[in-house]
Design a protein around this ligand. Structure first.
Ligand code: D61
Ligand code: MG
Ligand code: MG
Length: 340
């Protein structure tokens, strides 16, 4: 970076990026110059929107219009929100710096960020009133908060000229790339979300095993908890072919690293969570050393396929005979391995 020529608001944005994202700050900063500012702003704008969604101290009658109209704040140099209690409240307090950087971006990037922000904000309100019930609604919610990010990123990559224009046109594929990350987060964060009285596990699935999702945290219901966990992980494993297909189309090294590292971290997380009772007593995180090794080893498609293969083999090797979805899990592992 050339800190000397960087505008004061860009300096603030870089600090906000590093402060609000352990997992994305490094890979965003490593993007080629042409994309870095746009993707950094895309992240901060959506993190600010998500901070409104996540802030349980904001009542729904205030939150709904705030989310629906959030994208208009991008054009208001003075807009900020000082009353958030969320862990990332700082992005709402410093929003004038974020919106200033947005307005300085080329129009082709502003159009993508504006469009995704509007659609995500509107989508979030849909699930403020009602919980995620069916697997279709699980896909719908994840589309709003992460699928749209994948679609927006693919459009930014194509618009930059660093990737083919066809990438930005296959919205169904880019959507699935985002779903893979969000479903992994939701599966991993069972206990954290339960403690916040937030449920993102689809009710149509967990209610097959227990009438109250809180029961999974009780040792006497460990079998039901693991069966539900394994079913949701199996659902997420369906997305591996799309993840690989998306990555196979990337030509720019910095874009490849940016896409591959979160995907590799996701399959590693799913493997750590599979049939693991610790999901219900704490948060299963990848150790820093292991994460660094994976980041270093994700620089080419062949290397990423080797890492994917490693984790899918681990899952396949420990599918319990008694698990109600063992056949689906086994055949999805086979399918994924055939592509690695
Ligand atoms: O509050 C938290 O800390 C976690 O919030 C989760 C939640 O509230 O569900 C949840 O908030 C979702 C709404 C805001 C999305 C913000 C975002 C995230 C990553 C980005 C990466 C690059 C550019 C823009 C990005 C925007 C969250 O952060 N989930 C993490 C998984 C979603 C990642 C989105 C995504 C999708 C496709 C991608 C493809 C390639 C590289 C990164 C990708 C990143
Ligand atoms: Mg959040
Ligand atoms: Mg959220």
């Amino acid at each position: 970076y050339d800190y000397g020529t960087m505008s004061p608001s860009m300096k603030v944005c870089l600090e906000l990026l590093v402060r609000t994202s352990r997992s994305f700050a490094a890979v965003i900063q490593a993007l080629d110059e042409e994309l870095r500012g746009a993707v950094c702003n895309f992240y901060l704008v959506l993190r600010a929107l998500d901070t409104v969604e996540d802030d349980m101290s904001i009542p729904n009658e205030v939150k709904v219009p705030m989310l629906k109209n959030f994208h208009h704040n991008l054009l208001d140099p003075d807009w900020k929100f000082m009353d958030s209690k969320d862990k990332d409240a700082v992005v709402l307090q410093e929003f004038p710096h974020i919106s200033k950087e947005f307005r300085a971006l080329p129009e082709k990037y502003r159009d993508v960020i504006w469009d995704v922000c509007a659609k995500m904000g509107n989508g979030m309100t849909v699930f403020l009133e009602r919980k995620v019930d069916t697997l279709e609604e699980w896909d719908e919610y994840c589309h709003y908060v992460a699928g749209l990010v994948g679609i927006g990123l693919a459009r930014l990559f194509s618009a930059s000229g660093l990737e083919e224009s066809s990438l930005g046109m296959d919205t169904a594929l880019a959507n699935r790339v985002g779903l893979f990350l969000q479903k992994t987060n939701i599966i991993r964060d069972y206990l954290e979300d339960l403690n916040d009285d937030r449920i993102f596990w689809p009710k149509a699935v967990w209610s097959k095993y227990r009438p109250d999702i809180g029961d999974f945290a009780k040792p006497e219901y460990q079998q039901e908890a693991l069966a539900c966990l394994n079913e949701l992980i199996t659902n997420a494993l369906e997305l591996i072919p799309s993840s690989l297909h998306f990555m196979s189309q990337l030509h720019n090294q910095s874009v490849f690293n940016f896409v591959a590292i979160p995907q590799v971290m996701a399959i590693a997380t799913l493997e750590r969570c599979y049939n693991n009772p610790k999901v219900f007593s704490g948060v299963v995180k990848i150790r820093k050393g292991e994460a660094v090794r994976m980041m270093m080893g994700s620089s080419s498609f062949d290397k990423v396929k080797a890492i994917m293969k490693h984790f899918v083999v681990q899952i396949k090797a420990r599918i319990p005979e008694s698990d109600p979805h063992s056949k689906q899990t086994h055949s999805l592992c086979q399918k994924a391995l055939s592509l690695c």
